[in-house]
Write a protein that binds this ligand. Structure first.
Ligand code: GUN
Length: 283
């Protein structure tokens, strides 16, 4: 069975089009555009690329994005800025691009954002709401995965979902989102013994370990839905966590890298920004 490839680029474009019309009606009602403020510290090349992609998506949809860029900044000054943006009614979403330079404590900076403006869905409060089964601002990558599954009409209830990876940004919220849709969820990670014994029983397999091509064909059940969240640069090329060519023969649905989950993450950031803006304006 050769799996159908899920076209994340196409689904993300459709979502962005829907969002553009949502932004238009927000503008009609409030007289202004939703606004996201993006903070970028240091010279990490990938971070600069990601922020550029976020700005482009925002502009295309009609969301105002304001970039605060610093070659370096103290933790104290950064927290001051976050607090200023948090108290600015014009600002609907605050995004601090990660990773931050090593001399800045990420937790201290993130916790200065208010949950209502946490469009990344990274804050403990928003993760806590997700844990309680309530939909507030949710982490963009796993939310994008859920939208892809929904778009492809993948049944989740009662299915065995296996998530490889336990990060606060992807693995843990992914586990919760699948659980909230009544999947039976197994979370595997770097210390899991006999990974294949778990992945082979997955109806839905989400690979978010950051290890290029670690998921091989013999680790996947026939007919599984395989979602590849991995993006590692290898010899200048983006590689997923799944050995795509081998694995696709066994799946019913599979996401490619690039063009799978990546575009969905950015679309979900725009979705969260519009949701946050609407909630703040009581719409
Ligand atoms: N660094 C890598 N991915 C992300 C993301 O989704 N949000 C933020 N803020 N930083 C990141």
């Amino acid at each position: 069975m050769a799996g159908k490839i899920i076209d994340g680029k196409f689904i993300a474009k459709k979502i962005r089009e829907e969002l553009a019309s949502g932004v238009s009606s927000f503008k009609e009602k409030t007289g202004r555009a939703p606004r996201i403020d993006v903070i970028l510290v240091g010279d990490n090349p990938a971070s600069h690329v990601y922020v550029g992609m976020k700005e482009k998506a925002a502009a295309e949809i009609g969301i105002k994005s304001v970039k605060h860029e610093f070659p370096s900044i103290t933790e104290k000054d950064l927290i001051e800025l976050v607090k200023k943006l948090k108290n600015d009614r014009e600002v609907n979403g605050i995004l601090v691009q990660l990773p931050l330079p090593k001399d800045i404590n990420e937790e201290n900076v993130l916790s200065a954002i208010t949950a209502e403006k946490d469009v990344d869905g990274f804050l403990a409060e928003n993760l806590g709401w997700l844990c309680r089964g309530k939909e507030r601002l949710q982490s963009c990558t796993p939310l994008g995965v859920m939208k892809m599954l929904e778009h492809e009409s993948v049944e989740i209830e009662g299915k065995h979902a296996v998530v490889i990876g336990r990060s606060n940004i992807v693995g843990k919220p992914m586990m919760l989102m699948l659980l909230n849709k009544n999947a039976t969820v197994t979370v595997c990670h770097s210390r899991t013994k006999d990974l294949a014994s778990h992945t082979k029983t997955a109806d839905i397999l989400v690979a978010a370990a950051g290890v290029p091509e670690m998921v091989k064909a013999n680790m996947v059940k026939d007919g599984a839905v395989v979602i590849d969240v991995g993006t590692t640069k290898v010899d200048g090329k983006l590689k997923g966590d799944v050995d795509f060519e081998g694995v696709k023969e066994r799946t019913s649905l599979i996401t490619p890298v690039p063009g799978g989950v990546g575009p969905m993450t950015i679309a979900m950031l725009m979705y969260n920004t519009l949701q946050a803006a609407k909630k703040q304006e009581g719409i």
